[in-house]
Design a binder for this molecule. Structure first.
Ligand SMILES: [Zn+2]
Length: 293
């Protein structure tokens, strides 16, 4: 505001100088006067003119130093609120303008946050799902070659295991693995990174469109928990092919789920369940409660 006042003052003095200068010029000088007086007149005019130029430059520099006023918010018909006569309502319009400004800032910040979060390539929860809703992923984020995934799966040859590849989520692969006559597992991949695993019994239906329905058998619900632990253990964005091969080998060790005794307690059944855990390195069977003993 101080800058604006000084600029207006400079404009006023410029106008005064211009008027003075041209008034003097309009008055002119008497041609009959001596040469000396005419020279004085010219010198006076020159001085006034120079002053005028100096003040004009000053005004220009002051104007350049001023900040551009903010664009007024046009809130349509609500601008009439500013003309409200009732004292308690006079502040409504300014509050409304502040709310709009605040919403604009929220919008800008959320846009920046959205862009930053999208750059996080290591995000695992790519296929986000809950019991209530299923969000289809952005296919544009998938940089993987689908043929590579197919080729990789064809290279994994494990006995008594079959693979069925489907793509219900666009380019993302869901691999239905059937291990012997024991269990079925649906492995949801983003490229070749495993995002989710669903395990069900051999006699249960495994619908690729509903991968979040749990098995009705406790043993397979427990195995599914363990497959998620292994999924995190074998996760390797730098060596994804090796990670998926290691994971498949580990998963294949469930082919003898009901045939092997626990390596710790030697029992086939404990708490009503067979050994549902497989060691991540040795693939040996353990009951859940025996694995950390
Ligand atoms: Zn045991």
């Amino acid at each position: 505001m101080e800058k604006l006042n000084s600029t207006l003052g400079a404009v006023r003095s410029l106008r005064s100088s211009v008027r003075q200068c041209f008034e003097q010029l309009a008055d002119g000088t008497n041609a009959e006067l001596a040469e000396d007086s005419r020279t004085k007149f010219l010198l006076k005019f020159q001085e006034n003119f120079n002053n005028m130029n100096a003040q004009l430059r000053e005004v220009e520099s002051l104007i350049n130093g001023l900040q551009a006023p903010q664009t007024p918010y046009c809130l349509g018909q609500t601008t009439y609120l500013a003309q409200e006569t009732a004292p308690e309502r006079q502040a409504l319009y300014s509050q409304l303008v502040n709310s709009y400004k605040w919403i604009d800032k929220v919008h800008d910040h959320s846009f920046l946050a959205f862009n930053n979060l999208n750059q996080n390539n290591l995000r695992r929860s790519y296929v986000y799902c809950s019991q209530k809703r299923v969000r289809i992923p952005f296919t544009s984020c998938n940089n993987f070659d689908p043929d590579h995934t197919d080729k990789l799966l064809s290279e994994i040859n494990l006995p008594l295991t079959s693979y069925q590849v489907c793509r219900p989520f666009g380019s993302n692969v869901v691999v239905i693995v059937t291990i012997s006559r024991v269990l079925k597992a649906a492995i949801v991949c983003k490229g070749v990174l495993i995002e989710w695993v669903t395990v069900k019994g051999f006699d249960e239906t495994l619908d690729p469109d509903d991968l979040w329905a749990e098995s009705r058998y406790e043993v397979f619900r427990k195995v599914q928990e363990h497959t998620h632990i292994a999924m995190l253990h074998f996760f390797s964005p730098t060596l994804p092919d090796l990670a998926i091969k290691s994971y498949m080998t580990w998963l294949h060790s469930y082919s003898k789920l009901f045939l092997e005794a626990c390596k710790r307690c030697g029992k086939f059944v404990s708490n009503g369940l067979p050994p549902t855990w497989r060691d991540l390195r040795t693939l040996e069977p353990f009951h859940e409660e025996c694995r950390n003993c």
